[in-house]
Design a protein around this ligand. Sequence first.
Ligand code: HEC
Ligand code: HEC
Ligand code: HEC
Length: 183
Amino acid sequence: MISARSIFIGLLLLAFPLLAADPGWKPLAEDGLHDPASPAIGVLQEPAEALSLLPPDTAGNRVSWVRALRERYIAPRTNIFPETNIEILDMDIIMDQTGELPLVLFPHKPHTEWLDCANCHDRIFVEKVDANPINMFAILSGEYCGQCHGAVSFPLTECNRCHSVVRRTFTGKPGVQPKPEPD
Ligand code: HEC
Ligand code: HEC
Ligand code: HEC
């Protein structure tokens, strides 16, 4: 039987070329957010001027923020209070409830380079593999990964960035992935 959910996901796939069309960086006066009559328009830096200097990406606001941080194009302050403890966690999790699609690889490292654990645990995700009934319909409705992806981080039309592990060639087990031996 074809469920409403698969029709929804199917329609999203059809809309993909439209959604993925490159919008470019709109001038502030034309972005629909700033008041074109405001005197600040002439003072504020234009997105194209600032963002074109950062490592490029093909989706979202066309900046690879992961690279921008790692390659030190930007150096945002990590904490406001000196007592805040910064923890970067290198732990990949593979999720296999993906139907016909490649498996999902969730990498903790690039997330914890930007975010504190408390952004996700346990408000969005219980801190235990398979303890969350994550599915694509909920994500597209703005839950789980969809609380950020499609809002502040790369858009949900980039299926293969999350569904990045080919099922046929994956020989490991889903869940927390063993770290590769250091060479
Ligand atoms: C931000 C990450 C992310 C993106 C982008 C993403 N997915 Fe998913 N998807 C997931 C996660 C997480 C699951 C649940 C996996 C699990 O629980 O094992 C999932 C599950 C699924 C499933 C399994 C059935 C279901 O309804 O849950 C399908 C089908 C699916 N995604 C299709 C897509 C398609 C098509 C796209 C692109 C239009 C897409 N996904 C983009 C993260 C993502
Ligand atoms: C962007 C969201 C996000 C952030 C930030 C995050 N996690 Fe997670 N974490 C997840 C997801 C998603 C899972 C897998 C949940 C599932 O499989 O249902 C997970 C699972 C875990 C698990 C379970 C592993 C197991 O063996 O069951 C631990 C432990 C964990 N995270 C620790 C942390 C710590 C410590 C931090 C901060 C340094 C952190 N996480 C930051 C999303 C996040
Ligand atoms: C609390 C916000 C938040 C949640 C929830 C979240 N992400 Fe992310 N994610 C980010 C941010 C921020 C980045 C880095 C900036 C960017 O790429 O847009 C990122 C980057 C990524 C990347 C790219 C890593 C790289 O090396 O380029 C993947 C893959 C990803 N997320 C998958 C997921 C999946 C799968 C889920 C759900 C299981 C999820 N994310 C949930 C905020 C989030």
